[in-house]
Structure formats: C-alpha cells, structure tokens
Design a protein around this ligand. Structure first.
Ligand code: GRF
Length: 192
C-alpha cells in the first residue's frame, strides 16, 4: 500500500470480543511513524469488551447485528465510505465476510490468526496445536481473501509450546506476540 504525502491511511478495525489487538493497534496508530489512523471501530456484538476502547480513545464505533448478512454488509460498506476508510483490520472478528464484500476491499483487508498458517485454520487453534503434539505454534497476519484464513501471509511469529501447555496458557503467550506482530505487518505492507 502507498502513503499519499504525509497523510495517514484511514483504517477501521472490526472486533467481536476483548479487543486487546484493537488496543495495541490504536496505540500503534497514534505513533508518529504509523502509516494508519484508526477512526472507526466496527463490532457485530454489542457486548464486545473491546468496545470500551472507542470511548477511552474517542473513536467512532458502530455495532451491526449480522441477522441479514447481505443488508448488514451493505450498511457497513456505506459507513466505511462515509468515513473514507481505505484499510480494514480484522482483530478477533468472528463473522465471515462475503466474497462480494471482500472484492470491494481487495488487498485492503488484513486479519490476525492465532496459529502458524496454513496450519490450524478456523477455531480452537491452540487446543488443536497441542493435541497434534506441535513443538511450535504462533500467530500470522495475512491478507483476507474469500477462503477462510487462506490469504497471502504478511508476517508470522513462532511461539514455543512448552510441556504441560494448556490452550489457555498458549493463547496468553501468543496474544502477547500478536500485539507486536500486527503493527509490524502494517509497517511491512507500507514498505516501512
Ligand atoms: C486473537 O487471538 C486473534 O488472533 C483471534 O482472536 C483473538 C482476539 O483477541 N483472531 P482480542 O479480541 O484482540 O483480544
């Protein structure tokens, strides 16, 4: 992606849950060297704990229930347009966007996934990695395409699975790395 002049790229973050990646992205975006500015938070879940960061950091938030996916995506696209959003970061967003939506933002949607893709796409990654006796797991930031967790990989970080690891302890270790990896991946796509 390209920066035009010194203007930061308007970015929306989509969340469903705790929003710890959202927080780290907001903090990153407020640094001088960041190419992005987060000015919209979208959630499918009114109860997302991450929504509190909208208030804390004074960022516009919008909640959409996905009862009618087609209509909801239409509304989201309008909202993105209104806010001149040019980049979308999915961060623990639990809905699958349609092909049509992704097409409209081709190459402009990123996601973070808590495994070393292409291993363990989808849910329950930590449990599956442990059960599979993997020595390492980790996290991946990738572009979003129409196949789940299958778009081009931007960056990955390995994390060692220790003896007696539980999915809870592994999730915790990986999350710490996620908070560093997502900003690094964004710098990378802007060639910074
Ligand atoms: C992260 O592990 C992310 O990789 C996955 O969902 C989790 C979201 O955590 N997609 P948070 O909401 O950012 O704290």
């Amino acid at each position: 992606m390209k920066l035009i002049g010194s203007k930061k790229v308007k970015t929306a973050v989509f969340i469903s849950g705790n929003g710890s990646n959202l927080k780290s992205l907001i903090e990153f975006s407020r640094k001088k060297n960041s190419p992005i500015l987060i000015n919209l938070i979208i959630s499918n879940n009114l109860k997302s704990r991450g929504l509190k960061f909208a208030k804390i950091f004074k960022i516009r938030k919008k909640i959409f229930n996905f009862k009618d996916k087609f209509l909801t995506e239409k509304k989201i696209l309008l909202e993105l347009k209104r806010n001149k959003i040019k980049l979308i970061c999915l961060a623990g967003f639990m809905k699958i966007l349609s092909k049509n939506f992704i097409k409209k933002f081709r190459g402009k949607i990123l996601n973070i996934h808590p495994s070393l893709l292409p291993k363990f796409k989808g849910l329950n990654t930590h449990m599956r990695a442990i059960k599979n006796n993997e020595k390492y797991s980790g996290c991946t930031v990738h572009f979003v395409n129409s196949k789940l967790d299958s778009g081009k990989i931007i960056l990955q970080k390995k994390v060692k699975i220790s003896k007696n690891e539980t999915s809870h302890s592994l999730a915790k270790k990986i999350l710490i790395q996620e908070h560093k990896l997502y900003p690094q991946a964004i710098l990378k796509i802007f060639n910074l």
